[in-house]
Design a protein around this ligand. Structure first.
Ligand SMILES: *Cc1c(COP(=O)(O)O)cnc(C)c1O
Length: 623
């Protein structure tokens, strides 16, 4: 894994310079210097850094690529795009998104009432808003209010019931009004072709969403009867997220394009847009043998434009406007989660841990000799001898012939020999050596919660690129697995010998070592769980001034302990009182000590739940 696969997932957003990973923008600051500056302000624990310039890059690339495709094919419809809020609703993200997208008339997509309120408040008038998902009368009424504010809003109906409600709400809002205003109407179609991947349920006949052809014809009649046909303007589909293969999209485009053309020929004159939903994939892989996407954005845009043009031409209807609702593609790269390594869990496999005796059992003496004399030439043979001795020694222990110290020496020596053998034979990469890496992997305890910050790793085994912030001029030698600080064994990113991660050998009592998780900007934040009550990490927005220097903006600390309990609806006054009385009433401590304890307690209550450091434990262990 050269450069931690940066050439595969990095999209030129970061560069490795000397020993650090740096932002490939403006003055190219390293992630380490930004991290250190924030930590010096007193913020410990994991940090989520947001980079608005990367949001801007994604939006402009999306618009420019579709522009280019339109020019290539001389396409007459417009290209428009909205950001689906479900992918990231956090204010530091949404504000940056709206700020960097001003020149594109970029809008927002909402799938719930709360998201709709964000869209109504944040979208500039004129930029599109689309509203998908199941809706009740209240939500549809909110869409009418948005339209009356002057918003360019489209309600996508997911079923005939919603259309009935629209007709009803339209009467309530527009009867006896001089200039009636009704939102635009879109219909989500139930595709015959199905989606793919883990999210396949979003498309296809068994999908939760969309109208069948029969329902579509019925909707057409209803709109006509209630004089709303002039508001029908969009056909919508969404085939699922992280679409790795382009083929299902092409099928869906043909299906949707023909539905568009058929409805137009039938008399839906105002119909003018196809909304192809999201699904544009992000390359998360760090290994070239495991890439997640088989197409480029150019291919994606060319396919969409070309297929729509073909259908419009053959059915002799106008070329539709093309809408996208890509979310993952826009948001994923904008944030990086940075977390300190607290401890390495295999330091026990260190030579200094050996407890050799004056006289050792012969097999142990032999292991020790193997360890001291192993060379490239004899490495494979010595390795096999060591594994063999280990089996015998463990049997001897079970039978009571050797003691616990002997057993500990056995484990240590065998692991040290495996490590040496792997290093000596590193060019041979045989299956046997790959398997042995599992045995000597180091467990890096990292100050973050996988449940909170990488929920898709927990739920869907989604991989996120992992890179240490420094030492990148040294070849990392430890096969690594990563443990988070929750008390849950699912919070472990295990070592995978087919897709190995290697990290540096470090002594955390002497130096800090940070791990960065990239491409965490889509879906991971609101989906994050408060397992063990670890909450959203401390976050900051990193901007650049005119000189190209970075500026740390909008720093928000992770919630403190009392706020976390308050969120669960604990009465924090009662908790506060209970803690205080228990100290004050304690019969075992003096008045001064009580005051001191109270002072400490209140300090801790004002802090967040992530670990500050466990250096003290390391000190104890050494002492
Ligand atoms: C989730 C969703 C999207 C976004 O999908 P991405 O894969 O993140 O691009 C777009 N449209 C609809 C209707 C969705 O439900």
């Amino acid at each position: 894994m050269k450069n931690f696969g940066l050439n595969i997932w990095g999209d030129d957003n970061f560069i490795i310079e000397n020993d650090t990973i740096n932002i490939n923008y403006a003055s190219n600051p390293s992630l380490l210097e930004i991290t250190n500056e924030i930590r010096e302000k007193g913020y410990k624990g994991p940090l989520l850094l947001r980079f608005p310039h990367l949001i801007k890059k994604q939006i402009s690339t999306l618009f420019n690529t579709f522009d280019k495709a339109k020019k290539t094919f001389d396409y007459h419809g417009n290209f428009q795009a909205v950001f689906p809020l479900k992918v990231n609703q956090f204010p530091n993200f949404v504000h940056a998104l709206m700020d960097v997208s001003k020149e594109y008339s970029y809008g927002l997509e909402a799938g719930s009432k709360a998201e709709l309120i964000i869209a109504m408040a944040q979208t500039p008038l004129g930029a599109p808003i689309t509203v998908n998902g199941f809706k009740d009368k209240e939500m549809i009424s909110l869409c009418f209010i948005a339209a009356k504010m002057g918003h360019n809003i489209t309600i996508t109906i997911e079923g005939l019931g919603e259309l009935e409600t629209i007709i009803e709400v339209d009467k309530e809002f527009n009867t006896d009004i001089k200039k009636p205003i009704t939102p635009k109407i879109g219909v989500r179609i139930r595709l015959h072709s199905s989606g793919i991947g883990i999210w396949a349920k979003s498309g296809g006949y068994s999908s939760k969403f969309g109208l069948t052809s029969t329902e579509l014809l019925e909707a057409y009649e209803m709109l006509k009867k209630h004089e709303l046909l002039s508001h029908l303007w969009m056909i919508h589909f969404h085939i699922g997220s992280q679409m790795g293969d382009i083929a299902p999209l092409k099928k869906a485009l043909r299906e949707a394009g023909n539905i568009y053309a058929e409805l137009k020929k039938r008399g839906a004159d105002s119909l003018g847009a196809i909304n192809i939903g999201g699904g544009l994939a992000v390359e998360y892989s760090q290994h070239s043998n495991n890439q997640e996407r088989n197409y480029s954005l150019d291919e994606f845009a060319n396919d969409v434009v070309y297929l729509m043009q073909e259908i419009a031409k053959s059915k002799k209807v106008a070329e539709p406007d093309i809408f996208t609702e890509s979310g993952r593609y826009i948001a994923a790269s904008h944030s990086v989660l940075i977390a300190p390594v607290l401890e390495l869990f295999s330091q026990e496999y260190h030579e200094k841990g050996l407890r050799l005796k004056e006289v050792n059992p012969p097999l142990i003496q032999e292991l020790y000799d193997l360890f001291n004399t192993i060379k490239r030439k004899n490495a494979r043979e010595y390795l096999h001898d060591a594994l063999d001795h280990m089996e015998s020694l463990l049997t001897l222990f079970d039978l009571g012939y050797i003691d616990l110290e002997d057993r500990s020496n056995t484990e240590l020596l065998v692991n040290l020999i495996i490590k040496k053998a792997i290093a000596l034979l590193k060019n041979e990469g045989t299956d046997e050596l790959k398997k042995l890496q599992d045995r000597i992997q180091e467990k890096y305890l990292v100050n973050f919660s996988a449940f909170q910050s990488l929920p898709d790793f927990w739920g869907l085994a989604q991989h996120f690129p992992i890179v240490p912030l420094d030492k990148l001029d040294e070849k990392p030698s430890n096969p690594a697995s990563i443990w988070d600080i929750t008390c849950d064994s699912d919070g472990e990113i295990g070592f995978d010998r087919e897709l190995p991660l290697y990290l540096h050998d470090i002594d955390v009592s002497k130096e800090e070592y940070f791990i960065a998780f990239f491409l965490t900007g889509a879906y991971q934040e609101v989906l994050g769980m408060k397992h063990n009550l670890f909450t959203h990490p401390t976050e900051a927005v990193i901007k650049f001034d005119e000189k190209g220097n970075y500026v740390i903006d909008k720093l928000i600390e992770a919630q403190n302990l009392m706020d976390i309990l308050d969120d669960l609806d604990y009465d924090t006054n009662l908790i506060d009182r209970s803690l205080k009385y228990k100290i004050e009433d304690s019969a075992h401590i003096s008045k001064e000590e009580k005051n001191e304890l109270l002072g400490k307690l209140y300090l801790f209550l004002s802090e967040n739940s992530y670990l500050k450091t466990i250096q003290a434990q390391n000190e104890n262990k050494k002492g």
